[in-house]
Design a binder for this molecule. Structure first.
Ligand SMILES: [Zn+2]
Length: 428
């Protein structure tokens, strides 16, 4: 047995012994109500994390993403990055967690910002997505530093903002400034909640668009004198049902997306708005609708291009324009994200899958996420491919009421992250 292997066993014992510390850190992070939007409590949360890591001797920097969406003196976009340099040159392993959480919504039976501990779980908004994962990464890195092992290379931890609204003031901003690129960083692990035994190598793409059908207003008693935009929209819906949905369902992917239902192209119709609202008296406006809007959320695969996704919808609308008298439309993109997928045999995926086997005694499942997360910015902006998501939370609980994270899962994930980081730092 070599020195590193002996040292690693000590680190694992130490992480187990710090179970209460992982719980306390998770609770403390949950108690900052970092709701986004608007981006509450970012500064105190980032400073809390930065001060803790500075006490460990890490070099801590705060980066405000000035001028990014939502940034203001009231709601500054404050990110924190901490770095520990080992005694010798070597690669850098970076753990990135987002500090922000989504709105609480209805249905909670516990205080969403209380950090209640019950039956081996910590409850609260962000427990699962992803303050529990961040706490596990922090304790993993601290245990490695405290072990006194002469580690080569560097360990970094960042707490970043705005992931839930696209990451522009967080990882995207930092990536544009070289914080997620070589030579500074070589491997990135994002402890998003994908389950403790899964290694997530990427995510599908997103295309959000608005389609508007146009009509002509007329009196509701003589609809034949107008042209109903709502009836035109019903033709769009019918086209989607008959042509688009079957085509999407038939499209299969090499991306191992979980859950199974997301291992194909999908499209949600987020909303349909048409015609005039009812008046205060509750009576409808007696008018033919001259406009109807629909918002769609199309999730696409690594095998599809954004332009093919756009053209597929546009072609169906153009077909309708040819088939249906009076059919006119406008289409407008609201947002897009490219799909991303790391090499499943790359260093960080392999090291983490091996660590899962060592710690949990079972093979890791290699997966992709149905929704996007900050890996897109590390890949597209930072040009760093060796990035995965790995963390303790249960995927299905993210954004739900009574969100929780399992305490033993956090401890196990911290061990996996420590083993993975160690093997990445010391690989030949
Ligand atoms: Zn998340």
């Amino acid at each position: 047995m070599n020195v590193v292997a002996t040292g690693m066993e000590g680190v694992l014992r130490e992480i187990e012994a710090r179970k209460d510390e992982i719980v306390a850190l998770t609770q403390d992070l949950i108690r900052f109500p970092t709701i986004n939007p608007p981006g509450e409590a970012y500064r105190p949360c980032a400073e809390y994390l930065g001060q803790r890591l500075a006490r460990r001797g890490m070099k801590v920097e705060y980066v405000r993403a000035e001028g990014t969406p939502g940034d203001s003196d009231k709601y500054p976009r404050i990110n924190v990055v901490a770095r520990h340099d080992g005694g010798r040159p070597g690669p850098c392993v970076h753990f990135n967690g987002h500090l922000d959480v989504v709105q609480t919504g209805a249905g909670w039976t516990v205080d969403p910002f209380g950090g209640l501990v019950r039956d081996g779980k910590v409850y609260g908004r962000g427990a699962c997505d992803m303050k529990g994962g961040l706490a596990a990464a922090v304790v993993a890195v601290e245990a490695l530093i405290d072990s006194g092992m002469e580690l080569p290379g560097a360990l970094e931890i960042s707490g970043t903002v705005d992931e839930e609204t696209g990451g522009y003031g967080g990882v995207a901003y930092l990536a544009e400034r070289g914080w997620f690129s070589k030579p500074r960083v070589d491997h990135v692990i994002i402890p998003e909640p994908l389950n403790v035994d899964r290694v997530c190598i990427g995510h599908r793409g997103v295309w959000w668009a608005e389609i508007e059908t146009l009509g002509r207003q007329a009196h509701g008693s003589m609809p034949f004198l107008g042209d109903s935009a709502i009836r035109h929209m019903s033709a769009v819906l019918e086209k989607f049902e008959r042509k688009l949905y079957p085509a999407l369902a038939a499209r299969h992917s090499d991306m191992p997306v979980v859950p199974d239902g997301a291992r194909q192209s999908t499209m949600n119709i987020n909303s349909v708005h048409g015609g005039e609202a009812e008046s205060h008296s509750g009576l409808p406006a007696p008018c033919v609708a001259d406009s109807c809007r629909m918002v769609i959320d199309r999730r696409f695969l690594i095998e599809e291009s954004l332009s093919s996704v756009q053209d597929e919808v546009k072609d169906l609308l153009d077909q309708l324009a040819g088939e249906r008298p009076g059919f006119r439309y406008k289409m407008r993109e609201l947002f897009n994200v490219q799909p991303t997928m790391a090499d499943r045999n790359g260093p960080v995926a392999t090291a983490t899958a091996n660590a899962v086997r060592k710690i949990l005694g079972r093979d890791a499942q290699i997966v992709c996420s149905p929704g996007t997360y900050d890996q897109k910015h590390v890949d597209r902006i930072g040009r760093l491919k060796d990035c995965i998501a790995y963390g303790p939370g249960v995927l299905d609980l993210a954004h739900q009421p009574d969100e929780w994270v399992g305490i033993q899962d956090m401890v196990d994930a911290a061990k996996v992250m420590a083993v993975s980081a160690m093997s990445l730092l010391t690989r030949a």
